[in-house]
Design a protein around this ligand. Structure first.
Ligand code: FES
Length: 106
């Protein structure tokens, strides 16, 4: 089963079994990961689902669309080269994603 490992800003890790087709944001919200706010529910208009993806996994993700790239300039904690919006990251069969949460989303 695919899984997502969330590391909070204090370094604590939570591993969640994920459903194929869900987004990383949906996986977080359904499982009570508090570091993801997701105010807009995944409609790409809030940037409160910001995560930092483990560097060696970036290339395996679907490329960022222009709108996500623009929204990432509005995150509460400054974007980094490995920033993504978790509502745009889909889980597939082989997913074993590792993401770190910023200190705050708002
Ligand atoms: Fe709002 Fe991702 S949940 S942009």
């Amino acid at each position: 089963m695919p899984q997502v490992t969330f590391t909070d800003s204090s370094g604590a890790e939570t591993v969640i079994a994920a459903n194929v087709g869900d987004s990383v944001m949906e996986t977080a919200v359904r499982n009570g990961i508090t570091g993801i706010v997701a105010e807009c529910g995944g409609s790409l208009s809030c940037a409160t689902c910001h995560v930092f993806v483990r560097e060696d996994q970036l290339a395996s993700l679907a490329p960022m669309e222009e709108m996500e790239d623009e929204m990432l300039w509005g995150t509460s904690v400054d974007r980094q080269d490995n920033s993504r919006l978790s509502c745009q990251l889909r889980i597939d069969e082989g997913s074993d994603l590792h993401v770190t949460l910023p200190e705050t989303q708002v």
